[in-house]
Design a protein around this ligand. Structure first.
Ligand code: AQP
Length: 328
C-alpha cells in the first residue's frame, strides 16, 4: 500500500486553514493509504516556544486530529521528537542539500523577516527536517496545503541528490497531494495573507476549539468589500473569494456553484449562512476536543503507542540509509 506522511506544528490552536487544507483530507485518506500523521514539535522550536505551552499544544493538536476523525488505531499519530531517527536523518540530508536550494525557500524569507542574520539555523534547515520526516518512512504521497509545495519540491530534489550519489533508486520520489477546495485559506482580516496560527489577531482565524458563539462572531466581523453581491474573483475580491472558498470546502460543493447561488446576496446574508454552516461542521469537533483534553492519559497513550509504531518503521530504514552512506 502507498504510504502517506504529513505533519502539523504544535505552535498554537489548529485553525480552519489547517482543517480544510490538511486534516479534512487526511481523514479521507485513511481508507486508501497507510497513513502516518506527525505532530512536528522539532519544527515548532525553529521559532521561540514556551515549554509549557508547547507540551499542551502537542496534546491539543493530537486531540484535534482524533476529534476530526483520524483513527489512532488505523493511522499512526505521534510527536516527532520521540523518534530520534528524524534528527539523525535530517543531519545526513543536510550533507546533500546545497545552500543555494535553501536560499530560495520563501517560508524562511517570510519567517526570518528583515532580521535575517538573527534567524536561527534550525529555521533555515526546516525544509531539510521535513524531507527527513517524509523519507524516513519512504512515504510515497504527502498531502499538504499550497504553502508547503515548495518545501516538498525541495524534498524531491534531495531524493534526486541522494539517489544519484549512491547510484540507486533508494528513496521513492514523494508526490505532493494538494487537495480540496481550500488549499490556501486566507485570514478573515486580510484576504491576501494566509490564515495562520501565529497571526497576532485572534479574529483572523477560526480555531477548531472555538465555540458556536465565537465562530459566528468571527465570521460576522470578517473583512468585506464594497462591491454588490458575492462573486469569485481572486484578483479583485480576495475577501469574498476566501469566504466563498471556505463555504465550498465546508459544504463539499463547487466554489463557482456557491458563488452563483449567492450572486445577488450581500455579504450580510452570505455570512449568516456561512456562520451556520461553519458552526454545524466545526462545533462537534470542538466539543470532542474538549472531551478528549479533559484528561492527559488518553492523549499521551495515543502518542506513546504511535511513537513505538513509527520507530518500528523508522529505525530499520535509518540503519539501511547509514549502511548506504557508510556510517556503520
Ligand atoms: N491557511 C491555510 N490554508 C490551507 N492549508 C493550510 N495549512 C496551514 N495553513 C493553511 C496546512 O496545514 C498543515 C499543517 O500546517 P502547519 O501547522 O504545520 O504549518 P503552517 O503551514 O506554518 O501553519 P500556520 O498555521 O501558518 O503555522 P505558523 O503560524 O506556526 O507558521 C500543512 O499541510 C499546511 O499546508
Amino acid at each position: 500500500m502507498n504510504r502517506i506522511f504529513s505533519g502539523v506544528q504544535p505552535t498554537g490552536n489548529l485553525h480552519l486553514g489547517n482543517y480544510l487544507g490538511a486534516i479534512k483530507n487526511w481523514v479521507k485518506m485513511q481508507d486508501d493509504f497507510d497513513c502516518i500523521y506527525c505532530i512536528v514539535d522539532l519544527h515548532a522550536i525553529t521559532v521561540p516556544q514556551d515549554p509549557v505551552e508547547l507540551t499542551s499544544n502537542t496534546r491539543e493538536v493530537t486531540a484535534g486530529l482524533v476529534a476530526a476523525g483520524i483513527d489512532p488505531k488505523r493511522s499512526i499519530i505521534f510527536n516527532q521528537s520521540r523518534v530520534a531517527a528524524h534528527s539523525e536523518l535530517a543531519w545526513i540530508l543536510n550533507c546533500f542539500t546545497p545552500l543555494g536550494w535553501l536560499n530560495r525557500m520563501t517560508q524562511f524569507k517570510e519567517k526570518a523577516g528583515k532580521k535575517r542574520d538573527n534567524a536561527v539555523l534550525g529555521l533555515y534547515g526546516y525544509p531539510v527536517l521535513m524531507a527527513a520526516d517524509i523519507l524516513l518512512y519512504h512515504a510515497t504521497h504527502v498531502p499538504v496545503g499550497e504553502d508547503q509545495k515548495q518545501h516538498l519540491e525541495l524534498s524531491r530534489d534531495i531524493v534526486g541528490a541522494f539517489n544519484r550519489t549512491y547510484d540507486r533508486d533508494y528513496f521513492p520520489l514523494p508526490e505532493p497531494m494538494i487537495l480540496g477546495q481550500a488549499t490556501r485559506v486566507m485570514s478573515l482580516r486580510d484576504g491576501r495573507s494566509k490564515m495562520s496560527k501565529s497571526d497576532a489577531s485572534e479574529n483572523s482565524r477560526i480555531n477548531l476549539t472555538d465555540d458556536a458563539e465565537t465562530i459566528q462572531h468571527k465570521i460576522r466581523r470578517a473583512k468585506t468589500d464594497s462591491e454588490p453581491g458575492m462573486s469569485y474573483d481572486p484578483e479583485n475580491r480576495p475577501e469574498a473569494t476566501n469566504l466563498l472558498g471556505i463555504y465550498a470546502a465546508l459544504a463539499d460543493e463547487n466554489v463557482e456553484a456557491v458563488a452563483l447561488r449567492y450572486a445577488d446576496d450581500g455579504f450580510s446574508n452570505f455570512k449568516d449562512d456561512l456562520a451556520d454552516l461553519a458552526t454545524a461542521k466545526l462545533e462537534p469537533i470542538s466539543a470532542e476536543m474538549h472531551r478528549l483534553t479533559s484528561s492527559n492519559d488518553f492523549i499521551d497513550g495515543i502518542l506513546r503507542d504511535g511513537a513505538e509504531r513509527a520507530a518500528a518503521i523508522a529505525e530499520p530504514n535509518l540503519r539501511s540509509i547509514k549502511e548506504i552512506v557508510g556510517l556503520l
